[in-house]
Design a protein around this ligand. Structure first.
Ligand code: HEC
Length: 100
């Protein structure tokens, strides 16, 4: 009797985290995920709103993102570059986005 009870308890313990992990993580957009994984290590938010910004418009911002992923040898697709640029733009730069 007790054994069965322990066994059920064990099953519940194993099952609950499995279900929790199965939830897709939709709350973090890809651009943010990429940026926080690969880029945040050596610059904090300050770098994106200092006075002498290098990225002066949307095209410049994309160029900087491309440059930085290149420096790290990440081989991001155009889409990844755009996603990260979009994330940074929404967060710090607020440049008008136009199709290139
Ligand atoms: C090795 C440290 C380092 C890493 C890793 C790094 N950065 Fe940077 N980043 C810097 C420094 C230092 C500057 C400012 C000087 C410069 O641009 O050369 C900068 C500047 C920038 C700028 C321009 C900021 C401005 O002036 O408007 C952008 C955009 C940027 N980084 C994006 C990224 C992205 C995207 C990644 C990840 C792929 C990344 N960085 C990874 C160090 C780093």
């Amino acid at each position: 009797m007790t054994k069965r009870w322990i066994f059920s308890l064990l099953l519940v313990c194993l099952w609950v985290p499995a279900v929790a992990n199965a939830q897709p993580k939709r709350d973090t957009p890809r651009g943010e995920l990429l940026y926080s994984t690969h880029c945040i290590a050596c610059h904090n938010a300050k770098i994106h709103w200092r006075n002498k910004k290098i990225a002066k418009d949307w095209t410049g911002l994309k160029a900087q993102v491309r440059r930085w992923q290149g420096i790290q040898g990440l081989v991001w697709s155009d889409n990844d570059v755009a996603e990260v640029a979009r994330y940074l733009n929404a967060r710090y730069y607020h440049y008008p986005e136009h199709v290139q």
